[in-house]
Design a protein around this ligand. Structure first.
Ligand SMILES: [Cu+2]
Length: 603
């Protein structure tokens, strides 16, 4: 125990210093955004920050072996650095703040995404009034912040990020993985762009490769010119470490700008990036190690503090003038909450869902959002007063509705302003034309099921098996998925990568309009959903799964490969010519490799 503790302490100091370097750099990036809302850092400033915080990092590393004195020095340095770069007062502010941003410039989104342990302070604004408190946490993060920085780009841009895994070595690095559907290799990761229609292979949206601690790789891809503008999501997707990385706050938003943002009423609305996360912590403010001997999913993590912060603060305060319209980009980044979002005395004017613009604004009193769902919502402030944004939060349990919790507080105050809601939205520039009148080439009927043993979740009786593929799809085909929920009373949200789908039927009833989404909840007690997708543009290995992270991690996930058997014989690459000995190379960017003869079906 003792040896392990001191090692963790050692890591903490080193990685804490790195976190501050990253944070300081990001603070510079985010500063101009307060006024401009879209602006990149300039290289000069960035370099300066790099130099000055480089000194801090050295000092901290040198004094690693001393004890309390080091901590004190470290804290002081941190406070100084923060007040210098951001000018923030020392009192915790409950006011809502957008996360830092990395913004594309000249058509390229460049920068570093570093996964590292970092200290953060979560501001907690109590729902019943009273003093604002803080909670110090120490978790795996992107670039040191919770949530990670917002990535902002446009269609046709290139993404070219340096992805650095600075987590410590895996404790189980030298032992073979006995059960892939149980937490393992907790510090390995990869990078998923949820909702993106891009290459799923190589350095792009590749969720099958493994990025181990100490490894730096590029995250690089072309964003198609006709990509939907909208709100998307990034997070790790390495099977076996996703859940624990979520619990520490490892997720962020990707904003694709476009024609929706140019609608005058939308352009005039102040934008709020509202990432609803779920932190699963112990009393020390750290994500507990999993109990690998647990018999059920519920016993896997000894979580004593469960928080649902919105962009890093619990119940932040949002201020609006009467009549003002704001655009809230809501993202359900929790592990298990089927949210039903409501704002006291206010309608929610939904203009996009899952990053896809609606045909017309849809005004609702409450909005269902499964884990992974995004909603772009316009809010028009009513009379002066205080209003709560709330939703049931937490894992749905048999016979029990999760308790409603306050997510944020809206204070309407000041002089009234005259703003409007849009009467027209731009024609959604779908990558995929409407599929509802087409005849599917393939129909897959699948079912969410509990495994025979506790702690096992399956799709159609088969838990995730990394050694084979559950489905082989042909590029260009139209595919229907009929999903039934045979796993009890709770809903299970269905998600598939790379291609969005149209929701045609829910519980046997046709949906009108048949909206495009990338997550759809399949209700409990035998609920069903029928969706249709066109398997367009890209080949490669992808995943479909339940987006309740615990279920996914414990087996409720299947692997697919999109192939193109119509390519010329000469372009085909035989499997034995592809070197997959290093997990970093899984799912390579070799188009000729993706022909059905190279892949084995699970059954
Ligand atoms: Cu599920």
């Amino acid at each position: 125990m003792k040896a392990k503790d001191s090692m963790m302490h050692h890591d903490g100091l080193i990685f804490g210093a790195q976190a501050r370097t990253a944070l300081a750099a990001l603070a510079v990036v985010s500063l101009p955004l307060v006024g401009l809302n879209a602006c990149a850092d300039d290289g000069g400033e960035d370099d300066e920050v790099g130099e000055s915080t480089g000194d801090t990092a050295d000092t901290t590393t040198d004094t690693t072996d001393t004890t309390d004195t080091t901590d004190a020095t470290e804290t002081e340095t941190e406070t100084d650095a923060e007040s210098e770069t951001t000018g923030e007062p020392e009192d915790p502010s409950p006011e809502f703040e957008n996360p830092p941003e990395i913004v594309s410039e000249g058509g390229v989104l460049m920068g570093a995404m570093e996964v590292l342990y970092a200290d953060n302070t979560v501001v907690i604004n109590p729902t019943e009034g009273g003093e604002v408190t803080t909670l110090d946490i120490y978790t795996r993060t992107y670039n040191g912040s919770v949530p990670g920085p917002t990535l902002r780009l446009s269609p046709s841009d290139m993404i070219d990020l340096d992805f650095i895994n600075s987590l410590p070595e895996n404790a189980d690095a030298d032992t073979p993985v006995e059960n892939h559907n149980w937490p393992h290799r907790l510090n390995s990761t990869n990078f998923h762009l949820h909702g993106f229609h891009v290459e799923p292979t190589g350095n792009a949206d590749n969720v099958l490769r493994v990025i181990n601690p100490g490894v730096t790789v590029p995250i690089a891809m072309d964003v198609p010119a006709n990509h939907n503008p909208g709100s998307h999501w990034y997070h790790g997707h390495k099977h076996g470490s996703l859940l624990i990385q979520f619990y520490g706050g490892m997720s962020g938003m990707i904003v694709v700008e476009g024609d929706l943002d140019e609608v005058p009423e939308v352009a005039a609305a102040e934008e709020k990036i509202m990432i609803i996360q779920e932190l699963g912590l112990n009393d020390a403010g750290e994500v507990p190690e999993p109990n690998l001997d647990a018999q059920t999913a519920a016993d896997l993590f000894d979580i004593t503090q469960q928080l649902f912060p919105v962009s890093g603060k619990v119940n932040p305060i949002i201020r609006m003038a009467p009549g003002e319209v704001q655009r809230w980009r809501l993202l359900n980044s929790t592990t298990a909450s089927i949210m039903n979002v409501e704002l006291d005395a206010h309608d929610l004017h939904v203009i996009a869902e899952d990053g896809i613009t609606y045909d017309a604004m849809d005004t609702v009193g409450a909005l269902q959002m499964a884990p992974g769902d995004r909603a772009d919502v316009l809010i028009q402030a009513g009379a002066p007063g205080t209003y709560l944004l709330s939703s049931p939060m937490g894992m749905p349990m048999p016979g029990m509705e999760p308790e409603s919790q306050v997510l944020a507080t809206l204070i309407v105050e000041g002089e009234a302003v005259d703003m409007g809601l849009p009467s027209d939205l731009p024609e959604p520039d779908y990558i995929l034309p409407d599929t509802s009148a087409e005849t599917p080439d393939e129909v897959y009927s699948i079912s969410f099921e509990n495994g025979m043993e506790p702690g096992v979740f399956t799709i159609s009786g088969d838990a995730y098996d990394p050694s084979c593929y559950n489905y082989i799809l042909q590029r260009g085909d139209v595919v229907d998925w009929e999903i039934t929920n045979n796993a009890g009373m709770g809903a299970h949200p269905f998600h598939i990568h790379t291609n969005a789908f149209q929701v045609l039927e829910i519980n046997g009833m046709p949906e009108s309009p048949a909206r495009w989404q990338d997550v759809v909840p399949v209700l409990g007690n035998g609920g069903s959903v029928r969706v249709r997708m066109r398997v367009d543009d890209f080949v490669g290995g992808i995943l479909l799964h339940c987006h309740i992270t615990t279920h996914e991690e414990l087996g409720m996930m299947h692997k697919l490969v999109i192939v193109d058997d119509t390519i010329p014989e000469a372009d085909k690459v035989p499997a034995d010519e592809v070197d997959l000995s290093d997990p970093a190379d899984f799912n390579p960017d070799i188009p000729g490799y993706y022909v059905s003869e190279n892949f084995n079906l699970c059954n």
